[in-house]
Design a protein around this ligand. Sequence first.
Ligand SMILES: Nc1ncnc2c1ncn2[C@@H]1O[C@H](COP(=O)(O)OP(=O)(O)OP(=O)(O)O)[C@@H](O)[C@H]1O
Ligand SMILES: [Mg+2]
Length: 222
Amino acid sequence: MYTLTKLTKTYRQGNRTVHALKNVDLTIAAGQHVAIQGPTGGGKSTLLQMLGGLDRPTSGTITIGADDLSQMPDARLAKIRAREIGFVFQGFNLIPTLTAQENVETALEPLGVTVEQRAKRATAALASVGLADRAGHLPSELSGGQQQRVAIARALVKEPDVLLADEPTGALDEETRDEILDILDGLRRDRGLTLIVVTHDSAVARRAERRLHIKAGTVTER
Ligand SMILES: Nc1ncnc2c1ncn2[C@@H]1O[C@H](COP(=O)(O)OP(=O)(O)OP(=O)(O)O)[C@@H](O)[C@H]1O
Ligand SMILES: [Mg+2]
């Protein structure tokens, strides 16, 4: 599903150039469950941003199916992001003025889903992460783990082909973490969801079929 060829991402920090990813060659098959590990600042979030089409590489190519994300016009890229890719960001990125239910519904807005269907699907997504009784609450009225589960529901509600998650279970207790991982495994089995998860938790990494390690912008298999 993904093919990365000589993918490099550099950032300017003042008058320094930081190489967040260096000549990464990588393929990820549809339906694969990949864990990404490595030290802080190693390039994990940068790699997820590239896979999600949130930012463009400095050089090299990244294709998803037949589409080259590095060359694609912005509007096309936005459409692929909205339909095919679910994101769970480091730090959740919930909208503070919207309830849990409304936060989840926002993911369906660009997809031409009716208001009624949006509400129904958001309710089901929140129930699937065990938050049916918190749907009407604002993020500030939820615990860290509950906010994290809202973010997961928001990523899953559009039934994406790919889920990109940055420490999706970092704020959860072991039991809730395992429940969420079971939900994700189920989606992979039933719908062929491709799961790419950044984690510092070795219990989360062990559940993946493939483990990648990123250090100083270089990716190795573990
Ligand atoms: N928007 C940005 N502007 C400038 N430098 C950036 C930007 N994003 C990341 N970097 C730099 O790129 C490198 C890789 O950062 P990245 O966020 O990918 O690391 P990470 O592996 O996700 O780390 P962590 O485990 O702390 O989340 C770091 O040196 C970081 O300072
Ligand atoms: Mg990161």
